[in-house]
Design a binder for this molecule. Structure first.
Ligand SMILES: CC(C)(COP(=O)(O)OP(=O)(O)OC[C@H]1O[C@@H](n2cnc3c(N)ncnc32)[C@H](O)[C@@H]1OP(=O)(O)O)[C@@H](O)C(=O)NCCC(=O)NCCSC(=O)C[C@@](O)(CC(=O)O)C(=O)O
Ligand SMILES: [Mg+2]
Length: 286
């Protein structure tokens, strides 16, 4: 489950230490935009030490490195790859499949050098420009390491030369495109952050919207955002009961040689059963 992925600024020992305790599905130790230029080296050392010694429970642990257009990314990877508890890398500003290939090759080299299975580390790619979004499908297919693609809403707004509206109209096309690309490529579409940390109602509305689009989770910047998102992405008792009813009715119908059947006045056929099964899978994981 990747319902929530919490960013922890890599130069903030308090947030790094307590980050996993808030109960998000994953954490992202950030070396990129949450860290000022003058703090890049300090953050890298801190994150590497923390990966060696920290507690993480069963959280998915990732690090957001600096982009390949910076002088930092190779040092970032060299410092974090040897840590066994690391699950994946979040790569910012992914423009095209070439960006993925460059990271993939460097990762393979470092995994081999450190005696780790080549391909162990997964990639979560941030698409943060119009160019990156345009290439979403090629990016998502560029390596078997890729587990998720994510729109970087804040950077994307800058690239689109627009700004943040209340309902994020400016991101709508990019979000739809990204979900299609991810699903077509068989990777997870995860959503960008919601910046208004005290606006619970706004977060709820946005999360319901992106779930309806097909996203399977969201990046977050504050622990208060976790519960709202988990509530929306975790199937309710009612949804579970409905899914069980659909599956049972479809089984009985199949035994009678029927492909479609009616449950509570609505047609149930194979795609409806698939959706019901997906609900039960998510309920089980949650
Ligand atoms: C916003 C604020 C400063 C507010 O802090 P404040 O301290 O004022 O908040 P308070 O409410 O007072 O905190 C109450 C208690 O919770 C603790 N606490 C808060 N946040 C915590 C946290 N994240 N982890 C652990 N602990 C936390 C805090 O330490 C305090 O603990 P304590 O003092 O002990 O009581 C803080 O949250 C924060 O820094 N967030 C992360 C910001 C960040 O990483 N940005 C970069 C990633 S996005 C990006 O790059 C966009 C993107 O690239 C990509 C994309 O979309 O994916 C794009 O282009 O779109
Ligand atoms: Mg960004």
């Amino acid at each position: 489950m990747r319902r929530t992925m919490l960013y922890l600024p890599g130069n903030n020992p308090n947030m790094l230490t307590r980050g996993y305790l808030f109960g998000s599905d994953g954490i992202i130790l950030d070396l990129e935009d949450a860290v000022a230029m003058v703090e890049k080296d300090t953050a890298r050392i801190l994150v590497s030490k923390y990966l060696q010694q920290g507690e993480f429970g069963d959280c998915y642990v990732s690090v957001r490195i600096n982009g390949i257009d910076t002088e930092y990314w190779k040092d970032d990877l060299a410092a974090i790859v040897p840590n066994k508890r690391l699950d994946g890398i979040r790569v910012p500003k992914v423009e095209d499949e070439n960006t993925v290939k460059i990271i993939d090759e460097e990762l393979s080299r470092l995994e081999e050098q450190n005696g780790l299975p080549v391909g162990k580390l997964s990639l979560h790619c941030l698409l943060e420009t119009a160019h990156g979004i345009w290439n979403a499908y090629e990016i998502a297919k560029a390596s078997p390491r890729i587990e998720a693609i994510i729109p970087g809403g804040e950077d994307l707004r800058a690239d689109l030369k627009t700004n943040r509206s209340d309902d994020s109209t400016e991101l709508e096309w990019a979000r739809r495109m990204l979900v299609f690309a991810a699903r077509a490529a068989g990777v997870e579409p995860l959503d960008t952050v919601f910046a208004r940390i005290t606006d619970d109602e706004g977060l709820r509305k946005e999360t319901e919207f992106i779930k309806q689009l097909g996203f399977s989770g969201k990046s977050i910047i504050h622990p208060n955002q976790i519960k709202i998102i988990h509530d929306i992405f975790t199937p309710t008792e009612q949804e579970i009961a409905k899914a069980q009813k659909i599956i049972a009715a479809a089984k009985e119908a199949a035994a009678r040689g029927q492909g479609a059947v009616t449950v509570d006045g609505k047609m149930v056929d194979i795609p409806v059963v698939k959706r019901a099964e997906y609900t039960l899978v998510r309920a089980g994981l949650a």
